[in-house]
Design a binder for this molecule. Structure first.
Ligand code: WQD
Length: 334
């Protein structure tokens, strides 16, 4: 059994990845999470789904000594690093918190990896590193870091650069950088899903709260973009496909150095189309209105996904309709 450290493993994408790791059967999973944006009960839900319970350590990655103790004791084969602050708007208001948390926690992990001989990190990156490119299928060889509109996106870009330098400095180390597009949906059991603490920023958790009556209506941030129906287009990927992409990254990447992959569907869906898809799944109208554009939004962002398919043998299989169906199950659980 390979022992994997999953940071942020009680979060939305982390928990779904832990489910896939435990169901694959080859892995023992330790989760480190400070529960800043998740709940400890997710561990129980993971056990209900898989019949296996990951080890859970409630600690903050900024506590370097506690992290060193963990690495010394547990001797990890690999790290999957999800933990980080991830609200775009909040990062503009609190840049120092974002730089300190996202960068220092990563540096602490990398120092532990070097000291204790853990040779691989799979890193949760984001399509935001591509900056202000619009309406082009994004490929991994494109320049990144230009035109990023927020500190959150810049932390992801900076960490990618840190990982490249780290692997150049130590030829035993491997970094697999996975650039996510827009994760949606949840496990088909409806037991785990996107349930952020506080006020969500992303489209789907807001749609979920509108459907629950916790938010009166969805504000569509602009319908005057240069797109077929005037609303912004994004590449929405089912979180189970995204989780399986992490397993493929762990199992298919060989050798030291840096490997970079887009994890998306390669297809674009507009906000209006997302509303229609949710209404079809829920069987009822979703209250919404057209509002002003949101600063920093680009009209159309979607992935070219051929590299992950060719090199990892991975391809997203779920549709937006599948994600909406699963979202309804998660809503009914609550
Ligand atoms: C999607 C679309 C909005 C809310 C961000 C990060 C990215 C990743 C995913 C972490 C946009 C529209 C939204 C609302 C709306 N996060 N919208 N009304 O901005 O594509 O990407 O989240 O990795 O890094 O940049 O996602 O879900 O915020 O917005 O009309 O109340 O929905 O304008 O077109 P985004 P989003």
């Amino acid at each position: 059994m390979k022992r994997i450290l999953v940071t942020g493993g009680t979060g939305f994408i982390g928990s779904h990845t832990v489910v896939e790791l435990l169901q694959a059967g080859d892995y023992e999973v330790d989760i480190v999470d400070n529960l800043a944006n998740s709940k400890e009960t997710v561990i129980d839900d993971i056990e209900k789904i898989t019949g296996k319970r990951p080890n859970f350590y409630k600690q903050d990655l900024l506590e370097e000594d506690k992290l060193r103790d963990l690495f010394r004791e547990r001797d990890y084969e690999s790290v999957i690093h999800f933990a980080g602050l991830k609200a775009v708007g909040e990062s503009v208001e609190k840049p120092l918190e974002y730089y300190e948390n996202n960068l220092l926690s990563t540096l602490n992990i990398l120092k532990c990896m070097k000291e204790f001989g853990t040779n691989r990190m799979v890193f949760s990156s984001s399509a935001t590193v591509y900056g202000d490119r619009d309406n082009v299928a994004l490929t991994e060889d494109m320049q990144t870091g230009i035109g990023i509109t927020n500190p959150y996106g810049r932390t992801k870009f900076m960490i990618e650069e840190i990982l490249k330098d780290f692997c150049v400095s130590d030829n035993t180390k491997q970094a697999v950088i996975l650039r996510y597009f827009n994760p949606i949906g949840n496990h088909e059991s409806g037991l785990i899903g996107e349930d952020p603490n506080g006020i969500p920023n992303n489209l789907m958790p807001i749609i979920m709260r509108v459907s629950q009556g916790r938010i009166p209506e969805l504000s569509v941030y602009g319908d005057d973009y240069d797109t077929p129906d005037g609303t912004c287009i994004r590449d929405y990927i089912h979180v189970v496909d995204l989780a399986k992409g992490h397993l493929a990254a762990l199992e298919k990447t060989e050798g030291a150095g840096v490997f970079i992959y887009n994890l998306g569907t390669g297809k674009g869906t507009s906000v209006k189309e997302m509303i229609i898809a949710f209404e079809e799944a829920s069987g009822k109208a979703l209250p919404h209105k057209i509002a002003a554009r949101r600063a920093g939004d680009l009209p159309a962002i979607f992935a070219n996904v051929s590299k992950a398919e060719n090199e990892l043998g991975w391809k997203a299989t779920h549709t937006v309709a599948d994600a909406m169906r699963d979202t309804i199950k998660f809503l009914n659980k609550e």
